[in-house]
Design a binder for this molecule. Structure first.
Ligand code: TRP
Length: 331
């Protein structure tokens, strides 16, 4: 039997090229070797997105984004988290084995508390229980599907470690391996995609290039990438340039070598480098964008795909919950 790969994307805001290289592509690569279960973590998004006019299109965008990027729903079990109520049943069961101290140590929660303290606010200000229990819900997402590996960015590794802890506590209590202990898979080399301002591309820095943005907007964003003030004639260091680091994600080896040589020779201005970057980015994203627009527009088609995925997901999920309930004496 093949091993199982599982991951989820939280639908908050638009998908950007950091998500594509850091999450979607590595996860899709694993589908060659693994049985994959990929989903849209919409209940995780609810912790922060309270406006339905924002959440609903975001869910559809992530769904259409996975499909446009090549996810084959015949081969991958593809679903919305909220369509699998067993996730929540398992969350409650896991919480009985999750120490409060473990959740106190979660980076995202600690950062929120620290921000309150820095502002001299009440430490709990603006923190909902969804944020506090986020790692337990995520552990349920993972454990429910007997996941072996979880492809994630570095920032999520702590959550996977917590899922391991929780699964191990359950197994230790019942002296039986009833839950699979998952492993994180982090794609090191592509984990950091630079944003428009040179920092890591991230929604929280507002420096992203949205994956499916129209061509003219894509060009505008690329022209906005921050550069240093070197003039046209000066030789430039490719590896120290945001433009070149992004270029490497989209260009062939030959193209990379050619652009690097032009950097080093001098005589090329930043505007020209940006044009060349735009050319290769658009070459890769144009067909993706076209597929995305068609899938996004076909609402009922998308709903059908997700409903079929949810049905498959629920039959696996029900078996895990049943196993746990039986062992726990709740059946
Ligand atoms: N927390 C993840 C993120 O913000 C999304 C997520 C939710 C997830 N559940 C998951 C990722 C389960 C992997 C496995 O990126």
């Amino acid at each position: 039997m093949k091993k199982i790969s599982l991951t989820g994307i939280k639908p908050t805001g638009s998908l950007h090229i950091g998500n594509y290289f850091g999450a979607i592509k590595p996860a899709l690569d694993l589908t060659k070797e693994y049985d994959a279960r990929y989903f849209i973590a919409d209940y995780h998004a609810l912790n922060t997105v309270k406006d339905p006019a924002e959440l609903e299109p975001s869910i559809r965008e992530v769904a259409a984004g996975w499909l446009a990027s090549g996810l084959d729903p015949e081969r991958v079990i593809f679903y919305r988290q909220s369509s699998v109520p067993e996730v929540f049943e398992l969350t409650v069961m896991l919480m009985a084995f999750t120490s409060k101290g473990l959740l106190n140590r979660a980076h995202a929660y600690k950062a929120a508390v620290q921000e309150n303290l820095d502002k001299k606010n009440d430490p709990d200000a603006g923190i909902n229980m969804g944020l506090f229990t986020y790692p337990a819900l995520m552990a349920a997402d993972i454990i429910l599907f007997d996941s072996d590996v979880v492809p994630v960015g570095k920032d999520q590794v702590q959550h996977i470690e917590m899922a391991q802890d929780i699964a191990q506590s359950v197994n230790a209590n019942y002296k039986k391996n009833i839950l699979k202990v998952p492993q994180a898979v982090v794609t090191e080399n592509v984990a950091i995609v630079p944003g428009l301002d040179g920092r890591k591309m991230s929604k929280s820095y507002n420096n992203t290039i949205p994956l499916f943005t129209p061509e003219n907007h894509l060009r505008k964003l690329i022209m906005r990438i921050v550069t240093n003030s070197q003039c046209v004639d000066e030789p430039k260091d490719p590896e120290g340039s945001q433009i070149f680091l992004l270029y490497k994600l989209f260009a062939s080896k030959g193209e990379q070598d050619a652009l690097a040589a032009r950097y080093r020779a001098g005589g090329m201005g930043w505007g020209e480098a940006k044009e060349e970057l735009f050319r290769v980015v658009n070459r890769e994203l144009a067909p993706l964008r076209e597929r995305f627009n068609a899938i996004y527009a076909d609402r009922s088609g998308l709903d059908r795909i997700l409903a079929a995925g949810a049905e498959k997901a629920r039959s696996i999920a029900a078996a895990t919950v049943k196993r746990f309930r039986k062992t726990a004496g709740i059946d």
